[in-house]
Write a protein that binds this ligand. Structure first.
Ligand SMILES: [Mg+2]
Length: 205
């Protein structure tokens, strides 16, 4: 029997992945191994951001090359160095536990190389399909043919996707880690403080 399962789309950066911790770890590694000038490079990083309205991606590969470093070598050395360390938020396990009832996929915005580097540092997520886009998720999902119930969980609020109307066939759950209560329901939708609340919120939608 082929039962159509709902699709649960999960954002990567700051939703599943502790991006700030990953970013700091990469630069701390580069400082220790290659004596890069950390404050100077962190300040310079913004010149490798490519903006599309409010969206931006970081061309980390070009930044590394500008320092005379080989991006592929850095990626390998970093992954070897950090080996067992996980950069996934602990509450991501609560989302992964939904795999028995939902088809889980990662939907992420950014440059291909950098997003794949981040994913490679997250062994727990290796089995998930990841789609990397360079357009707003609202635009992408509006034009994508979706079958069955589809939900997106993202740390970026719906207001951040105001470039086009949010596709009404895609439910949106805002992961707001700064929330002062576990779940907040308003006329703007549902916000959760942690991925731990995901299961109960999905069941009630
Ligand atoms: Mg994000």
């Amino acid at each position: 029997m082929n039962v159509l399962r709902p699709t649960l789309l999960l954002d990567l950066d700051r939703t599943l992945l502790d991006t700030d911790r990953f970013y700091n770890a990469v630069w701390t590694f580069l400082e220790a191994k290659y004596q890069v000038d950390l404050p100077a490079e962190l300040a310079r990083a913004k010149s490798f951001f490519h903006y599309q309205g409010e969206l931006y991606d970081y061309d980390f590969r070009t930044h590394l090359r500008s320092l005379g470093l080989d991006p592929e070598q850095i990626k390998k050395q970093f992954l070897d160095h950090y080996g067992e360390e996980s950069f996934v938020f602990p509450d991501a396990q609560a989302a992964l536990a939904l795999q028995s009832d939902y088809t889980l996929e990662i939907l992420t915005y950014g440059s291909n190389w950098y997003q794949l580097f981040k994913l490679a540092a997250c062994a727990e997520l290796a089995a998930l399909k990841m789609t990397i886009i360079l357009e707003s998720k609202a635009v992408y999902l509006q034009h994508k043919y979706l079958v069955g119930r589809t939900i997106l969980v993202d740390d970026k609020p719906l207001a951040g996707y105001s470039d086009v109307e949010w596709p009404e066939h895609v439910e949106f759950i805002w992961l707001n880690r700064a929330l002062d209560q576990p779940v907040l329901r308003s006329n703007k939708g549902v916000a959760i403080k942690s991925l731990i609340q995901l299961k109960s919120v999905l069941g009630r939608e």
